[in-house]
Design a protein around this ligand. Structure first.
Ligand SMILES: *Cc1c(COP(=O)(O)O)cnc(C)c1O
Length: 380
């Protein structure tokens, strides 16, 4: 009997997940050492090394580890003195934390549209939304593609606004050869377990501005006044990162370039099969940008024969996990219903899915997924 070719017969034994880190001997070694030695006078040795390496990686002067990306965004806003009565412009498509952090400080998030191809803040829509109350803008480097920082910074400068990067999912992404995190007044990163560089939960702020840095750390560390022990001058917050997580983060950072390579390769495997399929759009990379492809994704045209949620459920039956894009934030009940003035956001937010994108995915797995997507999209 003749054997058929093995490759086409691949079927995943377990659900292929959308994310998942790479953990090597290095992570285990650093974390184990931190557990053993990271106490008393050594209580933040690994954390300090992680912060210093991360500052150097992002070409910034200052970095401070936080317990989450959300916490990092919160203290970035506090450092910029954003408060009640102020407006902060955020893209309508982002993780809800971007907008929630604005609410935490009592300010009003104003949602603007995204570009149809990068899915990041549209600078034209941003400029139109500026009012006398606008104090800051938060561009988001969504799914690993950087926002158009050149334009956003130019407009913000013209209107005297703070620029806070939500770089949460994008460590290593670049604009005109410069890494994100150092392209604004202050930036926030996340190392939550589904990101590319992980500490389980965790985050970082980066900045070149000493005043903003000191204020952010002050707010994130109980509003401590360093002139006296246990003296506090405000109701502060507690967003410090643990040293053990710093050890994990340091090991991950030392390997981050290889993760970015893997993500790019995974995307290229998807692109080979899905790039020419009619009715779907994949991630892009603008000529001025380096995309780290945190999430390989597809956005469906409105007129293809299958609905987004149906596609996701059929894929699930074939052992492929997917995630819907972030919903347009103005759809959420806690945000005042706003008129649907951001058409691109409403299109990508209801027609996009993230495909499995974990750094350890193999070519055979990606080809299987891409072929299933192609098959379903074409047959309906
Ligand atoms: C992950 C993420 C966050 C929040 O990070 P946490 O560490 O979970 O608080 C914020 N914004 C964006 C765009 C993200 O992708």
């Amino acid at each position: 009997m003749k054997k058929t070719k093995k490759t086409s017969a691949y079927y995943p034994e377990k659900l292929l997940l959308t994310a998942g880190p790479s953990i090597s001997k290095r992570e285990i070694e650093y974390v184990t050492d931190a557990v053993k030695t990271g106490w008393n006078e050594n209580f933040r040795d690994y954390l300090t090394r992680f912060e210093e390496s991360f500052a150097s990686y992002t070409n910034t002067k200052y970095a401070w580890g936080t317990s989450s990306g959300t916490g990092a965004l919160h203290i970035a806003l506090l450092a910029c003195d954003i408060k009640k009565g102020d407006e902060v412009i955020v893209p309508e498509i982002t993780f809800v934390a971007t907008s929630n952090a604005v609410e935490f400080v009592g300010a009003k998030p104003v949602f603007v549209d995204v570009e149809p191809d990068t899915w990041c803040m549209d600078p034209v829509s941003f400029e139109k939304a500026i009012t006398p109350k606008t104090k800051a803008v938060i561009p988001v480097h969504l799914y690993g593609h950087p926002a158009n920082m050149t334009e956003i910074n130019r407009i913000a400068k013209k209107h005297g606004l703070y620029v806070i990067e939500d770089a949460c999912p994008a460590a290593g992404a670049e604009v005109r050869g410069k890494r994100v995190g150092g392209l604004s007044d202050i930036a926030a990163f996340s190392f939550q377990g589904a990101k590319t560089l992980v500490t389980g939960e965790g985050g970082m702020i980066t900045t070149n501005n000493k005043k903003l840095f000191d204020k952010a750390v002050y707010w994130g560390n109980h509003a401590k006044d360093h002139s006296k022990i246990f003296w506090h001058t405000n109701v502060g917050y507690m967003y410090r990162m643990a040293n053990i997580l710093g050890a994990l983060g340091l090991a991950q950072l030392e390997r981050n370039d290889s993760f970015v390579e893997s993500k790019k390769k995974i995307f290229s495997w998807y692109e080979e099969i899905l790039g020419s399929v009619k009715g779907i759009h994949l991630n892009v990379e603008k000529p001025w940008a380096k995309n780290i492809y945190w999430m390989s994704s597809v956005v469906l045209d409105t007129d293809i024969p299958i609905k987004r949620d149906k596609l996701m459920s059929v894929l699930k039956k074939r052992n492929i996990d997917t995630r819907p894009f972030f919903y347009p934030i103005s759809m959420f009940p806690m945000y005042k219903p706003q008129p649907k003035t951001n058409p691109n956001a409403y299109w990508v937010g209801t027609h996009g899915i993230n495909l499995p994108s974990g750094v350890c995915l193999k070519k055979q797995q990606v080809e299987y997924i891409a072929n299933q997507v192609k098959d379903i999209v074409q047959k309906g």
